[in-house]
Design a protein around this ligand. Structure first.
Ligand SMILES: C[S@@+](CC[C@H](N)C(=O)[O-])C[C@H]1O[C@@H](n2cnc3c(N)ncnc32)[C@H](O)[C@@H]1O
Length: 271
């Protein structure tokens, strides 16, 4: 599968990263310090819903630059969080952010390689992820591996970017995915549900967030092209900003059509 396993030290890192310095600066300006996905702490809270994180041992798959991981401890009282990610720049920033906030005793950031999750069977209370498993194309292997590492009764809680159907993407969707240039492996809600059921999960819930992000993304495009254009241009330069505007311009119509449909996903390993 393409999920993560433990990596060598960051010194052996491949320079060819998807989330490099420019991407991090751009996304954090758009979505908030430490956040490489939309919605901030409020959207993390909506993703979690009623699931109890207090005192729990949590793994955060694709922790990015650490804002979401810190929220799991700061806002949701997780006992300990292990944030894992495959790319060195985000791991370095996440570690620095955790240290600055004095949370190193509660949060560990590990860089991992794609592959099985580097955790023992039945050792984790909650596996969390925010808008990262879109990068892991084999949803069936991912579901089985998350099930394996969860303690009986443990929860998988995620937000992710989905495609509405199992057919070939429409030309508009294909153009959007190409514009993202982020190795997206999007799957449908139907495929996610089947993968989770097949792995043995129960209480499976998928909540479509298209309506919410449709409006937010329109506002984001307005910020990039209008009110905050100068600010973004000074941060990342005109050509990088132009590339991001092309991506958002391609994304807004596929959100409007519903083909691009971010979801919340929750599922429980039976006790
Ligand atoms: C859109 S960012 C989201 C980061 C963070 N969860 C947030 O919401 O701010 C996606 C992250 O997934 C990471 N990623 C990509 N492939 C991965 C994999 N196979 N395992 C774990 N993380 C991965 C990327 O490096 C990136 O940091």
């Amino acid at each position: 599968m393409d999920g993560p396993e433990e990596a060598d030290s960051d010194d052996n890192a491949d320079d060819d990263v998807l989330y490099g310095e420019h991407e991090i600066v751009f996304l954090e300006e758009l979505w908030g310090e430490g956040f490489l996905s939309p919605g901030g702490p409020e959207e993390v809270a909506r993703t979690i819903g009623d699931i109890e994180f207090t005192g729990r041992l949590v793994v955060d798959i694709g922790c990015g630059s650490g804002g979401v991981t810190i929220t799991l401890v700061g806002d949701h009282a997780a006992g300990r969080v292990i944030g894992i990610d495959v790319e060195p720049p985000v791991c370095e920033q996440a570690r620095a952010r955790v240290e600055r906030q004095g949370l190193s005793d509660r949060i560990e950031i590990r860089r991992v390689s794609p592959g099985p999750l580097p955790f023992d069977d039945a050792s984790i209370d909650i596996v969390f992820s925010k808008d990262s498993i879109v990068h892991i194309p084999d949803k069936e292997a991912l579901a089985a591996d998350v099930f394996r590492v969860l303690r009986p009764g443990g929860w998988f809680v995620a937000s992710d970017w989905l495609i509405a159907h199992d057919d070939q993407p429409s030309p508009e969707m294909a153009a959007y995915i190409a514009a993202e240039d982020l190795d997206f492996g999007m799957a449908s809600p139907h495929r996610y549900r089947a993968a989770l059921e097949g792995a043995g999960f129960v209480d499976i819930e998928l909540v479509n967030r298209n309506e919410w992000y449709r409006d937010v993304a329109r506002d984001e495009l307005e910020r990039l092209t209008g009110s905050q254009r100068g600010r973004f241009e000074s941060l990342v330069g005109p050509s990088e900003l132009a590339r991001q505007i092309r991506t958002w311009t391609a994304m807004v119509p596929v959100l409007a059509s519903g083909e691009h449909c971010p979801h919340h996903i929750r599922a429980r390993r039976p006790a």
